[in-house]
Ligand binder design. Sequence first.
Ligand code: NAP
Length: 540
Amino acid sequence: MPVAEAAAASPDAIIIGAGIAGMYQLYRLRQLGMRVKVFETGSDVGGTWYWNRYPGARFDSESYTYGFSFSEELLQDWSWSEHFAAQPETLRYLNHVADRFDLRRDIQFNSHVRAASFDEATRQWTVTLDTGERHQARFLITALGPLSADTLPRLPGVDRFRGQSFHTYRWPEAPVDFAGKRVAVIGVGATGVQVVQTIAPLVAELCVFQRTPNWCTPLNNRPISAEEQQRIKASYPELFALLRTTPGCYIHDADPRGTFEVTAEEREAFWEKLYGEPGFGIWQANFRDILTDPAANALLSDFIARQIRRRVQDPVMAERLIPKCHGFGTRRVPQETRYYEAFNLPHVSLVDVHETPIESITETGIRTSDTERAFDIIIYATGFDAITGAFDRIEFQGSDGLRLKDKWAEGPKTYLGLQSAGFPNMLTIVGPHNASTRCNIPRCIEQNVDWVTDLLRTARQQGCTRFEATPAAEAEWTAHIDTLAEGMMYAQINSWATGINTNVPGRDVRRILQYQGGAPAYRAHCDAVAAQGYAGMVLE
Ligand code: NAP
């Protein structure tokens, strides 16, 4: 559509992305009476849950803590079938939300945004799609998702393989037939773990290529009984009030005791109990110092290592599966269901790619330094250029031609993780330096979106056509982010949370990308800024 034509029908705001964040932001801006246009690469709503259709994909936070909280009718209307729902159910839920609130009429699907630039003269953003189609709006809201820039390994031959191969994020809609197949899985993060445990019983041969093992703990999932369903539905207000008090908006909160304030027997019994309970308790409801005191962390890591040795029959295999270079919980903990038992199956093997690196993908399989193996299917569970990667893949240009990519080359600089100086009228939901990427994410998305909505309401009421974070406020927030991460063990570890990705040039230096002060403190910061008439921002 030519610009002039598009301008005639210009929306007030453009949202990029129709996942959980984009959907809720659309709903809220409509309530303000704003005209909104959403652009979405996929052919339907759902974001993360639209793309990640790989076998075994499911929640790792409790289903009823994950859904939207803004509508009591929606909460009562929807019944989750399991404590940790699988991806098809979550996608059905998000479709149900889209139908219920008639969201699709403002979403343009199959529309990938290539560039977005701000024009000072008109105080408008122009968004350009892959097709060349352009659209303008006063406000631009990114809802890109923190884990949406998928990355394949930088290995020779990735495109030469003649069998089937998929990155888990690009999983096809049509079912993949695993029966009788020789399958390779590269990567053992939370995604690889879910894939491995799910397909192991289905395939003829499974070979897992592991570079860094992770500390995985049992999900202990089960169906929700009728009585539980009733209890859950009757207690949503209390549940969401509780979630507002915990650092990650999970149902679990840290135990106030220190690891060494109890006897060895009490400690062991406590850890046994947490290991047997559903969900993230062993990570989030553990002693308060497990992620800051290396001695406490070492003890806990030893406990988990013993569980792995107990569950894996072959001692050599067990040792390979036990992380040696990082402590428990310093990387995101994959939640598993009989993952370790998969390695007891005679047709499942494990290749340590530190010992025998992958040299290339061949037409028929994978060549490591010692041998070549043939496969019918290769699954790349190799992760993402996390948090900032999706921003880098769009050409964002602010005032005076400033490119976001250049500005953030040494690490993001933001105000509240929601704005960046030099990019007026742009808001980054679930952006870097924001509490949301260490959060039971819909809870933090709702906070981000509500804050953005209040800002746009105020801007409207004041007749403001341009707002921007000041460089001073941005510098102060960015320094605050760095300070909060000091003394945290995770900050010394390579993972997506510290911005490391060996498959992306330049992503080999750790960066502080997340707000580490916990969601309640983050919310208080955002609320204080709003209460002070948007301190640290200039509203014109
Ligand atoms: P990830 O945690 O970054 O894991 C990627 C894996 O691929 C790692 O094991 C990595 O090894 C390996 N890898 C990457 N490039 C490789 C190469 N060239 N050669 C060999 N191995 C390579 O990504 P993810 O598993 O997709 O998970 C990302 C995040 O998504 C999770 O941490 C979690 O927050 C979220 N997630 C959530 C759920 C859920 O249950 N709700 C499920 C899946 C994912 P290194 O560790 O050595 O780099």
